[in-house]
Write a protein that binds this ligand. Structure first.
Ligand SMILES: Cc1cc2nc3c(=O)[nH]c(=O)nc-3n(C[C@H](O)[C@H](O)[C@H](O)COP(=O)(O)OP(=O)(O)OC[C@H]3O[C@@H](n4cnc5c(N)ncnc54)[C@H](O)[C@@H]3O)c2cc1C
Ligand SMILES: *[C@@H]1O[C@H](CO)[C@@H](O)[C@H](O)[C@H]1NC(C)=O
Ligand SMILES: *[C@@H]1O[C@H](CO)[C@@H](O)[C@H](O)[C@H]1NC(C)=O
Length: 448
């Protein structure tokens, strides 16, 4: 492919990754990234970066050595009474997939991506305070709120879950759906945990611990070399899904609501973690429930990327990883094809089925992780000890884990998609209105 002028809308993890992947591909592409934001300010929270996605970023020049991070020992699943049910160690991850699984402070990751972008001053230009309000699909070009037009050979729209252009590209409704859950992200200093003999190892041994109980689960892991501890609480919102504030769906919160939710029956670690003071942010969790009809506008010149086309619940900790993979695949497709429209079509073909499978798995996990105590929960606890297709924990089955961690997003060949784990019995569902079983009925990877 000849050298291209590329307009990227959105300078989130998706937009910056796209610019990096294109600039690092050895081409002379020129990339202009437009973002509405006046000044970049990052939500203080952790992000889990799986092995093959950090490998991609490293190749683009992102310097992970400069980031103070943790290497995950694995995923640990415990009951709300703090009984260990299932452990998926990641000790072999680096050897098998060529990079470790990291816990990183989100701000550190985004900074590292931006620093890498600044190493391509001839190719990448990031322009802030430039909200895009109009797309011209045939030129293609975009117009900002301030009246400036930017045109190029193609436009990549990475506007995140609230994308303004998704429906126009999809050619039909594609509103994000309520998931039934909210998420709290809490960041606390680790020092008080280190002084507590019952909680010390949560910091000194960097596992991601998942406590599962009725209508919710909490995940905790250390950050920044054990100086901070990151807690994510995902619970049914019941009536209070949080007010959307300003341009965002996040809302700062305090811990009174959490203390109330966890006061009966939840184990000491969860109560203690939610009772600590720190930074609290509450998010309404939304998702694109069904795959889009298309990611590429019929003009063949404008495509969606990232959360804009596959926003998902965070239950597989894959949002950012899938976004990085989108960028890598897009860049390879542009290198391999001689026409932009062919490249975009190939990019969509490679990415849509993969991301759809990841989204489906977050939906299945939501059902299992939040069960009430009872027969279905007992069945879950038993299944969680098996290395079979029936294990509801995604990573516990080797085939599925290899599929997720062992993917090379720069290779464009068709990949096999594993079966989905089964669902809990319909009558046990905490989300009967979602009727997931019905929604999955036509999905070939779902076996009843
Ligand atoms: C609670 C929670 C926990 C998570 N945990 C993890 C995790 O552990 N691991 C993981 O991999 N992922 C995780 N994720 C997901 C991950 O954060 C997202 O998938 C990822 O950040 C999406 O990147 P994006 O660039 O597509 O979108 P965004 O990050 O939303 O970026 C979109 C950008 O576009 C800009 N923009 C929007 N509209 C316009 C416009 N019209 N004009 C100009 N600019 C515009 C915005 O200002 C923004 O900067 C989590 C998400 C949540 C909610
Ligand atoms: C893991 O799941 C895959 C895909 O569904 C299945 O083919 C495989 O048999 C499972 N592994 C084991 C050990 O059962
Ligand atoms: C991903 O992992 C596999 C090994 O499982 C490896 O062969 C491949 O090159 C990796 N891809 C990237 C982009 O690092």
């Amino acid at each position: 492919m000849k050298d291209l002028n590329v307009i990227v809308v959105g300078a989130g993890i998706g937009g910056i990754s796209t610019a990096l992947a294109l600039a690092a591909s050895g081409s002379g592409h020129k990339i202009v990234v437009l973002d509405a934001i006046k000044e970049f300010a990052e939500v203080g929270a952790g992000i889990r970066v799986s092995p093959n996605s950090s490998k991609l970023a490293k190749e683009w020049g992102v310097d992970f050595d400069s980031i103070e991070k943790e290497t995950s020992l694995g995923n640990r699943f415990v009951s709300w009474k703090n009984e260990l049910l299932c452990e998926v160690p990641f000790g072999d991850v680096e050897e098998k997939y060529g990079a470790p699984y990291y816990f990183i402070h989100r701000a550190d990751l985004v900074n590292a991506l931006r620093t890498a972008a600044s190493k391509y001053p001839e190719q990448i230009t990031i322009i802030t305070d430039s909200r895009v309000v109009e797309y011209d699909f045939s030129r293609p070009a975009v117009r900002t709120e301030r009246g400036q037009w930017y045109s190029g050979d193609l436009v990549i729209s990475a506007e995140g879950i609230k994308s303004s252009v998704r429906e126009a590209i999809n050619g039909g409704p594609a509103e994000p759906a309520d998931t039934g859950d909210v998420a709290y992200r809490i960041l606390v200093p680790a020092a008080p945990l280190l002084e507590d003999p019952e909680l010390r190892t949560l910091v000194t041994e960097p596992w991601a611990t998942h406590w599962m109980g009725p209508e919710g689960h909490a995940v905790g892991y250390p950050l920044r070399g054990g100086k901070l501890f990151n807690i994510i609480v995902d619970i049914t919102h019941r009536s209070d899904c949080g007010e959307p504030v300003g341009d965002d769906w996040k809302k700062s919160a305090d811990n009174r609501e959490l203390i109330e939710r966890f006061k009966d029956g939840w184990c000491y670690p969860v109560q203690k973690l939610c009772g600590m003071t720190g930074e609290y942010v509450k998010w309404k969790l939304a998702e694109l429930e069904r795959p889009l009809q298309r990611w590429v506008h019929p003009s063949g010149k404008v495509a969606l990327l990232g959360d804009a086309c596959h926003a998902m619940m965070p239950y597989l900790a894959q949002g950012a990883a899938q976004v990085l993979e989108d960028a890598a695949t897009l860049s390879t497709a542009l290198t391999q094809c001689s026409e932009v429209s062919d490249a975009l079509e190939l990019y969509e073909k490679c990415r849509a089925s993969r991301t759809d499978y990841v989204v489906r798995n977050t939906q299945v996990l939501q059902e299992w992780l939040h069960l009430y105590d009872g027969q279905a929960q007992q069945q879950r606890d038993k299944l969680m000890t098996l290395d079979t297709e029936e294990n509801p924990i995604f990573w516990a089955n080797k085939t599925r884990r290899d599929w997720l961690f062992g993917h090379d997003a720069r290779k464009l060949d068709e990949c096999d998609i594993p079966n989905l784990p089964p669902l809990p019995p319909a009558e046990a569902s905490v989300y009967p209105d979602k009727d997931l079983r019905k929604k999955l009925a036509s999905y070939t990877r779902y076996k009843e």
